[in-house]
Structures are given as structure tokens and as C-alpha cells.
Design a protein around this ligand. Structure first.
Ligand code: GL4
Length: 823
């Protein structure tokens, strides 16, 4: 037996002491008492008891990092999809079992108390959840780091289904307060907008003065981010917008009761809502203002902290501060830092530019053209007149110096690389600005990083061959295994060191057990128990009865055509049809489980949700098929639901069109928890197959080169429709009223879209996808082979620990080191 090393400290705290603390907080912080307290009050009392440790950690970490003066990371992201914090904080502090026991002695189940916490859904999908995993890893690795974002009043909408259709409801995560956050009014900033720029000549020197048309206050709220082991606690600093003078007494007194608030209403709109788009550009003035608002407040905050520690001399600013742009959303931070250095700190342009480039690096998260942000030049000029000048200056120097030197006289290349896109309306390309203003640019999985160089930015890569690198994404094993799958965690801890959540490579110690009958039985027993739990969840959420003995086949991610939930749907319909044609059709029973939100304005995505719900309704109520197939679409998919579902999944659907999914991270979570991937050669699927072994994943479909070849040859979806009898039958099925009795044609749009345009090539991959599912079915029936493959997935996924991703960033991009906090 190996030693049972642990990273999380055994807290010098008994359950009895912790119970005393919770009860004390119930009475003194919540103002209630045991006999009367609601679950919500208990939840808040528990949070207050935990916070005694958390906030001390914040101070300890701050003090250490301020004293050491190490280079720090500032992770700028418009999204942080945090989910719930309580169970994670308990786990990372090593207090989970103590809390469980303490609550038990108070007659409470910890699971019920945890359920009271709303999700912090300040993000859309993978990009926002990645930011959340990354700040967990930065704290765990003791890296001096601050996450910067927006304190949205409403996070991502709550999804309901009305007669199968998605309906969006506002999210109210903070309705009753948030125990994890602290307001820091002493660090508020004033942000300027609009107005005009004055050119001033003074003592032979030309300078620019921006006279803003209005100002807005940015108020920081700090959310502690507890590293594993609890020693380092970083913060996520989220900015809230407030009016500079929020209530106009003069207007009020002269009878303008509503107008008196108007400025505050307008100013507060900035942090009111998260844009609910994933992989599309929300080209709206308010969105640009959001981007500038949080970028400018964050830069001012970094400056303030630098000066407090180092005085007014900014010589070491870039050496001590790294800033990561999470996609192009905070790209306006580049001209903002230039503005601060040149206009406010009197740096010469070249020096300021060198510092700016040394500070910033940029992560690209998608190749989809509709997600590559562009802002109209006119709009930037109106909202940020000084920034527009600076962007044009950056562009002109770049084109006339760097591009001209490399490609003298080549105007085609200049047109391509220019930050300004010429056309009916001049547009500012935020991707080009991000590449030009950063020292390093990374993609998020190997294939994606290769395509960023080859297809998206080939000339930039030729100009700066060392600028483009890859950092494959990762997930935190604390949340995505230790906390969400306690049964599996307990099982593996019978065989390997307990510090695996910190050193995930220790899971390779399970490989020798992959063939061991007893271990296989225990592993699959854990999966079964997790499924039994989730059967109840399905019943509560959808009313549908499913069996834990069926295969749980799971597709959870945003609804997007490129992710091809409709390919999954077509296969389900084909299976259904086969069983109707032959009631003895031989298959292991399956439950197809979907979770997905569609952007509110994304019509076809919403049609696909509707189609899945309608097909599900029909299949689930069809007695003829003997419960062989069930389909459930879980409403309001979010982090806390993922935490329940992932441990119960058998099959992980990762079926994007090759070349479109930059990485994926759900694929990593599912495989780590022992699900078998059915996937295309796309994003991180490729690396998962490499790590887990190609026998332990089921790969199908066209690869990137095939997709390109088919495009070049000319893709005609109708050819595939006509030549595959089963495919034709299921597509035609969508047209009548079979799934929408009495209302023919309600699902016809999904068929039309596929047969007439099929932008993400669903039809050419249909056949190979069906074959892959046959393999899944056969493998599942070979119980030993399935268990072995599942175990090997869990045992082989160490690469996808977000600690490894962060180590890559720290070494190759940020050049920072961890500094352990000391009391
Ligand atoms: C995304 C990618 O689509 C996804 O593949 C990737 O895993 C994620 C994090 O890098 O970023 N890009 C955008 S935009 N949204 C995403 O989820």
C-alpha cells in the first residue's frame, strides 16, 4: 500500500467546534435560531463559519505577495462561470467531512444545505468555465493572481421549457445577497466615456487631453478563490457600475421624480446583464462599454497596487505585471494601457509600446468568423475618442514599420493585417489588435493552435514565428472529481495517495487495476450508484422514468449548430425507427440525456431544442419500444447540474464538425469520471484519444482535411439525403405531424436547414456516427471490456488537469512563479 499523503491540511478543528461556530453565526450573523432557521439560513451560517478561514487566507496571501514583490498575473475575462462555491471551498480547505459531521449533529444533511446556494452563472459556457478553473489552479499553485471581470446583476438566463420551447427567465443569483463577496469601496475607480480630445502644445511638447462626456464609478466586489490546501486564497475582483452622482436632488425637487434617477439607471445598466451569446459577436454599444469599463477599472487597479508597493517610478511595471486577455473581449485594455502610460504618465510612445507588449498576452478561443469581434470605427470614436486615435497610431506604426520591412510595398498583406478593415463601414478588428499588442498568443488545444497559425493568422505567424504557442485547456480535478464524485474519489483513495487532486498523474497508479475483476466491479458499482442518484434527478426535472441499467449517453454544452446536437437527434430517430420496424432490434437500452442553452436570438438553435423535446415526448410515451430508448432534455443546464450528471455518465458525446470546436472541456470532465467518448477528431478529443488510448474512445467522422476537401469539391447536402435511405426517412419524418400530432410542419425547419444548407456537415457524418454507436453498444455489452476502457480513461487524464495548463502559462507565457502565503 502506498502512503496516504494529503495536501489538504487536517484542520485543527473538530466537528463539535465547527458546529459551535455555525450555530454562533446562525444566531449572531443571521439573527435566527435553530428551531426556526430555514435551510437558507443554515446555508448562510455555514458560509459565515467557512469564511472565518477564507478571509484570513485572503489577508495572508495579500500580505505575502505584497511583501515579496513577485510578478503577478491579471486574468481579464468578461466571463467567470463559477457555479457554487461552498462545497469547493470546504473541499479545498479540508473541512468537508468536519462540516458534514457538524451538520449531521444538528439534524441536517450537508447535501440539502449545499442545494440552497444559487449558481454564480457569470458566463456562458466553456470560455467562462475555463476562467473559473484557471483561477482555482492559480490559487492552488500559489501564483500571485487576480481575476478581473464584471459583477453582473443578472448572470446567464434561467431556461424553462414551455411546450418544448426554450423560454428565458432572468437569473437572480444575488437576490438574497451573496455571502462570499466583500465590497471594497476604498478601491473604487472612476471611468471616463464619450466626450472629445483636445490637442495641447505646451513648452514645445504636444499632448492630448481627453475631456470625457460622462464618468461612471466602478466599485469592486472581491470573491475569494481558495486554493487546494487552503494556504493561498486569491481573489476574483468583479466591477459593478454606479452613477457618479446617482441621484439628482435638483431635478427631483422640481418634480422630475423619474428623471432624477435616470443617470443612475443608465450607469448601472453597464453591469446589469451578461450577454447571453456564446461564439457570436454581440455588436452593441453597451457591450463595448462593458468591455472598456472593466478593462479600464482593472488597469487602474493594477496601477494603484503597483504604485502603493513601488512608488511613482513605473520602470518595473511590465516586469511585475502580466495581463492575460481571455479572448478579444478585453482587447481595448491594450490602447487603454497606452493611454495611461502616454497621456497620464508621460512616457514616450516607443517606451510605452514596449511596456504594453511586455504586459499583454492573448488567448484565442475560437476560429468561428462570427465570434471574431469587430467594432465600427465610428462607434469607438464616439465612445472612446482618445482610444480611437491610439488604435490608429498603433496601426500606422505597425504597417509602416513592421509590415513594410517584412513585405516592402505589399498592399495586399497590409490590408489583411491592418487593424482597420476597409469597406462600406470601417471596422476595427479586435483580433488583429490583440495579436499586435501581445507578446504571446495561444490557442487552447494542439489542433486549434495549429489552425490559428495556419488559417487565422498565417501572416502574423510569418512575421513573428515565436509569438504563437499552444496551451491545451484543463479542468480542476478538485471540483470535477473530488467534490462532484465522492464515491469514485473514495474508491481511488483506497489504491493511491490522497493527494491526487493536486498531483493528478497519480491516477496512473490505477492502470494496473484496469484488468482486475474486483476493481472493475467496484468502479462500475460506483457508476451505477451515481446513476441511481441521477435517475431521481431526471424524474424531478422532467417527470420521465428511466432505468439506471440503461446506458447514460450524455451531450451537455451550449446549443450550437457546429456542436451538432441535431446529429445526435438524427441517430436517436434512426434507432427509434429501427425498433419500430423490428421490435426485436437488438440493442442495450439507452437514455439520451441533453443539457444545453441556446442564445435567445439564435433561431435555428432554438428549433433544434424544440425538435429534441418533441421527439423525446413521442419516444418516451411509445409503449411499443419497451423502454429501449428514452430521451430527456434537462432544463436549465448549468454548473451545479453538470456536477450531478457527469459522475453518472457512461457515454460522452463530442461530435462537433472537425475544425470547429477549439478544445472543449466537458469532454475532459466526462472522460475523467469514466465516460467513454464518442467523438470526432476535433479540439481536445484528439489529445484525449492520445492519452486514454485509441481503443478506449470511439472516433468517427471526417477529419479536418476531409472537411476542407469536401468544401473544395463542393458540398451538396441533398446528395447525402437522397443516397441514404435511413437518413432520408428520418429527415422526412420531421416534416409531417408524427412528432407534433395535429400540427404538421412544426419541425420542418430543422430538416430544411439540413437538406438545403447544412453549414456544419451533419449529413456526411451520419453514417459513420451510426456505426460508432454500434461499437458503443457492443462494447457496453462486454462488461469487462467496458469497465477496463472506463478505468483507463480515468487513469490517463492527468494531462487535462488545469494545474498543468496554468503551469504552461506560468512558464511559457507569464514567466511567473508561485509564492506560498505565510502567516
Ligand atoms: C470556447 C470554445 O468553443 C471551446 O471549445 C473551448 O473549450 C473554450 C475554452 O477555451 O472556448 N470558445 C468560445 S468563444 N466559447 C467556448 O466555450
Amino acid at each position: 500500500m502506498p502512503s496516504k499523503k494529503s495536501v489538504a491540511p487536517t484542520p485543527a478543528l473538530t466537528a463539535e467546534q465547527f458546529k459551535t461556530s455555525v450555530v454562533k453565526h446562525l444566531r449572531t450573523t443571521l439573527g435566527t435560531y435553530e428551531e426556526k432557521a430555514s435551510k437558507q439560513a443554515w446555508n448562510k451560517a455555514l458560509a459565515a463559519a467557512i469564511n472565518e478561514f477564507v478571509f484570513e487566507g485572503v489577508s495572508r496571501t495579500r500580505k505575502t505577495h505584497a511583501n515579496v514583490g513577485a510578478r503577478a498575473v491579471h486574468y481579464l475575462s468578461l466571463e467567470f462561470l463559477m457555479g457554487r462555491l461552498m462545497s469547493n471551498n470546504l473541499q479545498n480547505l479540508g473541512l468537508y467531512s468536519v462540516a458534514e459531521e457538524a451538520l449531521k449533529s444538528l439534524g441536517l444533511e450537508i447535501a440539502d444545505v449545499l442545494e440552497e446556494e444559487p449558481d454564480m452563472a457569470l458566463g456562458n459556457g466553456g470560455l467562462g468555465r475555463l476562467a473559473a478553473c484557471f483561477i482555482d489552479s492559480m490559487a492552488t499553485l500559489s501564483i500571485p493572481a487576480v481575476g478581473y471581470g464584471i459583477h453582473y446583476e443578472h448572470g446567464l438566463f434561467r431556461q424553462e421549457f414551455h411546450k418544448g420551447r426554450q423560454v428565458e427567465r432572468p437569473d437572480q443569483w444575488r437576490e438574497f445577497g451573496n455571502p462570499w463577496e466583500i465590497c471594497r469601496p476604498e478601491s473604487a475607480q472612476v471611468i471616463k466615456l464619450y466626450g472629445y480630445v483636445e490637442t495641447v502644445y505646451e513648452q514645445g511638447k504636444l499632448s492630448k487631453v481627453w475631456h470625457p462626456g460622462r464618468t461612471i464609478r466602478a466599485i469592486p466586489w472581491d470573491i475569494p478563490v481558495v486554493g487546494y490546501g487552503g494556504q493561498n486564497v486569491n481573489v476574483l475582483r468583479l466591477w459593478e457600475s454606479r452613477a457618479d452622482k446617482f441621484f439628482d436632488w435638483d431635478v427631483f425637487n422640481s418634480g422630475g421624480y423619474v428623471d432624477a434617477y435616470s443617470e443612475s439607471v443608465e450607469a448601472e445598466t453597464i453591469s446589469k446583464v451578461l450577454y447571453p451569446n456564446d461564439e457570436t459577436d454581440a455588436g452593441k454599444e453597451l457591450r463595448l462599454i462593458q468591455q472598456y469599463f472593466f478593462s479600464a477599472a482593472s488597469i487602474a487597479d493594477v496601477m494603484r497596487r503597483y504604485k502603493a508597493a513601488n512608488g511613482e517610478d513605473l520602470a518595473n511595471f511590465a516586469k511585475l505585471n502580466a495581463m492575460q486577455l481571455n479572448d478579444t473581449h478585453p482587447a481595448i485594455a491594450i490602447p487603454e494601457l497606452m493611454r495611461v502610460l502616454v497621456d497620464e504618465e508621460n512616457f514616450a510612445w516607443d517606451e510605452a509600446w514596449a511596456m504594453t507588449r511586455e504586459t499583454f498576452s492573448y488567448t484565442n478561443h475560437t476560429l468561428l468568423p462570427e465570434a471574431l469581434e469587430k467594432w465600427s470605427l465610428k462607434l469607438i470614436e464616439k465612445v472612446l475618442p482618445r482610444h480611437m486615435e491610439i488604435i490608429l497610431e498603433i496601426n500606422s506604426r505597425f504597417l509602416t514599420q513592421e509590415v513594410e520591412t517584412m513585405w516592402p510595398g505589399n498592399n495586399d498583406i497590409k490590408r489583411k493585417l491592418s487593424i482597420v478593415e476597409e469597406g462600406a463601414e470601417q471596422m476595427i478588428r479586435m483580433g488583429n489588435l490583440s495579436v499586435i499588442g501581445s507578446h504571446t498568443v495561444n490557442g487552447v488545444a494542439q489542433i486549434h493552435s495549429d489552425l490559428v497559425k495556419k488559417d487565422l493568422f498565417p501572416e502574423f505567424d510569418a512575421l513573428w514565428p515565436n509569438k504563437f504557442v499552444n496551451v491545451t485547456n484543463g479542468i480542476t480535478p478538485r471540483r470535477w472529481m473530488k467534490a462532484c464524485n465522492p464515491r469514485l474519489s473514495a474508491l481511488i483513495e483506497q489504491h493511491i495517495d490522497t493527494d491526487w487532486p493536486r498531483y493528478l498523474e497519480k491516477l496512473t497508479g490505477l492502470k494496473p487495476l484496469a484488468d482486475d475483476q474486483a476493481f472493475q466491479d467496484s468502479f462500475m458499482a460506483v457508476k451505477h450508484e451515481n446513476k441511481v442518484d441521477f435517475v431521481k434527478e431526471i424524474k424531478t426535472l422532467t417527470g420521465v422514468d428511466v432505468s439506471a441499467d440503461a446506458i447514460f449517453d450524455v451531450q451537455i454544452k451550449r446549443l450550437h449548430e457546429y456542436k451538432r446536437q441535431h446529429l445526435n437527434l438524427l441517430h436517436i430517430m434512426a434507432l427509434y425507427r429501427r425498433v419500430l420496424i423490428d421490435p426485436n432490434y437488438d440493442m442495450h437500452p439507452r437514455v439520451f440525456i441533453f443539457g444545453a442553452k441556446a442564445a435567445p436570438g439564435y433561431k435555428i438553435a432554438k428549433e433544434i431544442i424544440f425538435a429534441i423535446n418533441k421527439v423525446a415526448e413521442k419516444i418516451n410515451n411509445d409503449r411499443r419500444i419497451n423502454d429501449k430508448i428514452k430521451v430527456v432534455f434537462l432544463p436549465n443546464y448549468r454548473v451545479s447540474l453538470a456536477e450531478k450528471l457527469i459522475p453518472a455518465a457512461d457515454v460522452s458525446e463530442q461530435i462537433s464538425l472537425a475544425g470547429k470546436e477549439a478544445s472543449g472541456t466537458g469532454n475532459m470532465k466526462l472522460a475523467l469520471n469514466g465516460a467513454i467518448t464518442i467523438g470526432t477528431m476535433d479540439g481536445a478529443n484528439i489529445e484525449i484519444a492520445e492519452e486514454a488510448g485509441s481503443d478506449n474512445v470511439v472516433i468517427f467522422g471526417m477529419e479536418v482535411d476531409d472537411v476542407v476537401a469536401l468544401k473544395n469539391k463542393g458540398y451538396h447536402p441533398a446528395d447525402y439525403y437522397r443516397s441514404n435511405e435511413e437518413l432520408k426517412a428520418v429527415l422526412d419524418w420531421l416534416e409531417g405531424d408524427f412528432f407534433t400530432p395535429g400540427e404538421p410542419g412544426l419541425l420542418a425547419e430543422v430538416k430544411r436547414n439540413l437538406v438545403e444548407s447544412d453549414p456544419f456537415m451533419v449529413l456526411p457524418d451520419f453514417e459513420s456516427y451510426c456505426e460508432a454507436h454500434q461499437k458503443i453498444d457492443a462494447l457496453y455489452r462486454d462488461k469487462k471490456a467496458w469497465a477496463k476502457a472506463a478505468i483507463l480513461n480515468t487513469a490517463s487524464l492527468a494531462k487535462f488537469n488545469s494545474d498543468r495548463s496554468i503551469q504552461d502559462y506560468a512558464q511559457n507565457i507569464w514567466h511567473v512563479k508561485g509564492v506560498e502565503a505565510k502567516s
